[in-house]
Design a protein around this ligand. Sequence first.
Ligand SMILES: [Zn+2]
Length: 158
Amino acid sequence: MIKFALLCARGHEFESWFQSGEAFETQSKSGRVLCPLCQAADVTKAIMAPAVASKNEGVRAKPPAQTEALSGAEAQSKMALLDPRERESRAMISAFRRRIFDEAEDVGMRFAEEARKIHDGLVQDRPIHGQANFEDARALIEEGIEIFPVPPLPDELN
Ligand SMILES: [Zn+2]
């Protein structure tokens, strides 16, 4: 059933239910749709709002077509790009980086060297940060020295 807002030739507005849009066309053409106020059979569809509660709600409730087409891991990775989560992860990375740079000693390019000294007990055990190339990092890990990469801020990836 479809509800149409109707308008008679004399300007009376009223609403009426029909099986379908075609049913209305058929009935109005054969003069069977009558204005309840003046019984005029010259009735047309008035401009009416869509069936949704309100235009804005309809837009909000409808997910983007792109999201609907995604599934599984792909959908989840897309989800990670959504604003709230992105902000959250940025905040976490920022806090993590701040903690490292505040609390750990910056040993710069001597990172691998210092990490080995700490590991071997040659110097005082302390948190350090610095730069290591891929080879250094792999060697340290193979030597059983705990290191972990500092995640770059999303901005720094650009
Ligand atoms: Zn009328």
